[in-house]
Design a protein around this ligand. Structure first.
Ligand SMILES: [Zn+2]
Ligand SMILES: [Zn+2]
Length: 270
């Protein structure tokens, strides 16, 4: 079975110090067939990522790694764009993305109205936090030019310590609406294993959401460590695979030139 990790950050993101080449070495050591770099990107001046990504240097560094590891490791050049649906950023973002050569775009909600999730939740009830977060995800799913939705229920990461995790049954209909839009638009979601490394202790989104996505007809799903350090590359990869198999998936995907490619989740002997 081929293992791809589709969500990795390097020093081209504001919150990582790793060199691409070291991460490629780590990926090989962990037995991966491929990784995709997905550096943080935003055209919102209020976002922490604004102005950080030096695209030309990043693209060149990825190309150098592709040359060096050709035949040994498949390497993708991607972005994780924060709030790609914001109207005020629409024209700037479109122009920026058009000028780049990208394999993959993750759309993520890290802020609500340019306010970080951790601050946004202050003084709000549990229901306000999750309802507004999922509303923002829905707006992104409806309009943004992305390939997959990143960590679809990330709100629980910060809300967990204050108001607790959400009860899936209470938000099932809202989440089903988001997933229906994802499916109708030919987008995908990721299973992001970083939740198992955070205090919330469960992947993003939770296994119930992944099962619902499958049952609604969802097909495109990627496996993502969201590593910001070498040692986290491919973390909990087999656990993620197990969640996907239990949800009914036989395959997952990696993206090249922004097109999905299916990879079997089964071993040849299974
Ligand atoms: Zn993220
Ligand atoms: Zn990330």
């Amino acid at each position: 079975m081929e293992r791809y990790d589709q969500h990795v950050h390097s020093a081209y993101s504001f919150d990582s110090k790793e060199r691409l080449e070291d991460e490629c070495e780590a990926a090989l050591q962990k037995g991966l067939q491929g990784i995709t770099f997905t550096e943080h990107f935003s055209v919102d001046p209020l976002d922490v990522s604004y102005g950080v990504l030096r695209y030309d240097a990043y693209r060149q560094a990825v190309t150098d790694c592709q040359d060096k590891y050709r035949g040994r490791l498949h390497i993708g050049c991607g972005l994780e764009i924060g709030e790609p649906h914001l109207k005020k950023c629409e024209a700037d973002l479109k122009q920026a993305v058009q000028s780049m050569q990208l394999d993959f775009i993750i759309g993520s909600i890290h802020n609500i109205g340019s306010v970080k999730l951790r601050n946004f939740q202050k003084g709000k009830t549990k229901d306000e936090i999750y309802t507004q977060y999922f509303q923002e995800i829905l707006m992104m799913a409806e309009t943004a030019d992305i390939d997959v939705i990143g960590h679809l229920d990330l709100a629980k990461r910060y809300a967990f310590e204050v108001v607790g995790n959400y009860d899936f049954s209470e938000y099932r209909d809202r989440i089903a609406k988001i997933l229906s839009v994802v499916i109708d638009r030919g987008l995908g979601i990721e299973i992001n294993t970083s939740g198992w490394r955070n205090s919330v202790g469960v992947c993003y989104p939770s296994p119930e959401v992944i099962r619902l996505y499958h049952d609604l007809g969802g097909r495109y799903i990627t496996i993502s460590s969201d590593a910001h350090k070498n040692e986290d590359i491919a973390s909990s990869w087999d656990r993620a695979r197990q969640v996907l198999l239990e949800a009914g998936f036989d395959q997952y995907f990696y993206y090249e030139d922004r097109k999905p490619h299916a990879v079997s989740l089964r071993n040849e002997t299974e």
